[in-house]
Write a protein that binds this ligand. Structure first.
Ligand code: HEC
Length: 273
C-alpha cells in the first residue's frame, strides 16, 4: 500500500546485516529472521547459534503449558474460601430450624393424639372436619378454640350452651354433640384431660396454621399468629414456663382486646370454677 522510502529499507538491511551476530534477542523476538534477503547466505553459520537460543525462549511456552495444567490461581482462591462458605451455609440453614420451634413444633407432636378421630390432615372421621378453613369458620378467634379443646364439648352441653364458636358460622353454627351425637373429649388438665395449656395452644396453632390454612402473612391472621402461634410467641413461652395460665389470659384479654376479638362463651366460667 504505502511505499517504504528506499533509505529506510536500506537502513533496515544494514542493521540486520551488521548486527545479526549478536542481535539474536532482537531476531528471536521478531520471529521472522528469514525476511532479509541479503544477509541470509553469509550468516548461515551464526544462525545455527541463535537456534538453541530460540529453543530456550520456547521453554516459557512449555512452562506456560505446564502452568495451564495446574489449578488456576482464581480457583485456588475460591477453594480456599470453602470453609467460610460452608459456615455461611450452616448459618443460612439454622433459621429454618428455628421456624419449627415454638407452639407449632409442639403442636405437631400433640396432633398425633387427635389425628385418630380427625384424620391426619384434619379431613375428618370420628371427629369433625378441621382442614380447608372449616375450623376457622367455627372459631374465628383462637381464644374460643382454646376453650373448646380445653373443656371438650360435653362441658358446653352440660352448661346449657346451645352453640359453640361463631353463632353466625358460614354453613351453620355448631351445636355441642351435633356430630353423630359424639362429644369432643376434654383435653385440659382441670377437666381430667391429658394436655397442658401450652400443649393445647401448640396443637391449636398447628391445626389453624398448618391444617386449616390460615396464612400468617394474611392481614386477617397476622396479629393472631404473631401473638399466639409464632416461634416468638410470648404467651406460649409464658404458658410453658408457668408464668401465666388460660384463666389469667382470659381476664387479661377481655381488657386488652377490642370487641371484635372478644372471647366467646367460655364454659369454664359457667361450670368448673
Ligand atoms: C375420640 C375422638 C376425638 C379425639 C381423640 C379428638 N376429637 Fe376433636 N372432635 C371430636 C368430635 C366427635 C367432635 C364434634 C363434637 C361435638 O359435636 O360436640 C370434635 C370436634 C372438635 C373441634 C371442633 C370443630 C368444629 O369446627 O366444630 C375441634 C377444634 C377439635 N375437635 C379439636 C381436637 C383436638 C385438638 C384434638 C386432640 C388434642 C381432638 N379434637 C381430639 C372427636 C375427637
Amino acid at each position: 500500500m504505502t511505499e517504504i522510502p528506499e533509505h529506510l529499507l536500506k537502513r533496515s538491511r544494514d542493521r540486520r546485516a551488521g548486527g545479526s551476530g549478536d542481535a539474536a534477542p532482537a531476531a528471536s523476538g521478531d520471529s521472522t529472521p528469514a525476511v532479509p534477503t541479503a544477509a541470509t547466505p553469509a550468516k548461515s553459520a551464526p544462525k545455527t547459534e541463535p537456534a538453541p537460543k530460540v529453543a530456550k525462549p520456547d521453554s516459557p511456552v512449555v512452562a506456560a503449558a505446564r502452568a495451564r495444567r495446574k489449578i488456576p490461581f482464581w480457583a485456588m482462591a475460591t477453594l480456599s474460601l470453602l470453609p467460610v462458605w460452608g459456615f455461611l451455609y450452616y448459618l443460612a440453614i439454622k433459621p429454618s430450624e428455628k421456624v419449627v420451634e415454638g407452639p407449632i413444633a409442639k403442636g405437631i407432636e400433640v396432633w398425633g393424639g387427635c389425628a385418630g378421630c380427625h384424620g391426619g390432615a384434619g379431613q375428618g372421621g370420628a371427629g369433625r372436619i378441621l382442614y380447608q378453613g372449616e375450623v376457622l369458620k367455627t372459631f374465628p378467634h383462637i381464644e374460643d378454640m382454646l376453650n373448646f379443646v380445653y373443656t371438650g364439648s360435653q362441658a358446653y352441653a352440660s352448661a346449657g350452651i346451645k352453640v359453640y364458636g361463631d353463632p353466625d358460622r358460614e354453613g351453620g353454627a355448631h351445636a355441642p354433640l351435633s356430630y353423630n351425637g359424639n362429644p369432643m373429649p376434654q383435653q385440659g388438665e382441670k377437666y381430667g384431660g391429658g394436655l397442658t395449656e401450652y400443649e393445647i395452644l401448640g396443637v391449636v396453632c398447628h391445626i389453624r396454621y398448618d391444617l386449616a390454612g390460615a396464612d400468617p402473612k394474611d392481614e386477617k391472621w397476622a396479629a393472631e399468629y404473631e401473638h399466639w402461634c409464632s416461634p416468638e410467641s410470648e404467651i406460649f413461652a409464658a404458658l410453658e414456663g408457668g408464668a401465666t395460665s388460660f384463666d389469667k389470659i382470659a381476664d387479661d384479654f377481655k381488657a386488652m382486646m377490642p370487641p371484635p376479638n372478644a372471647v366467646g362463651v367460655d364454659p369454664r366460667e359457667t361450670t368448673a370454677k
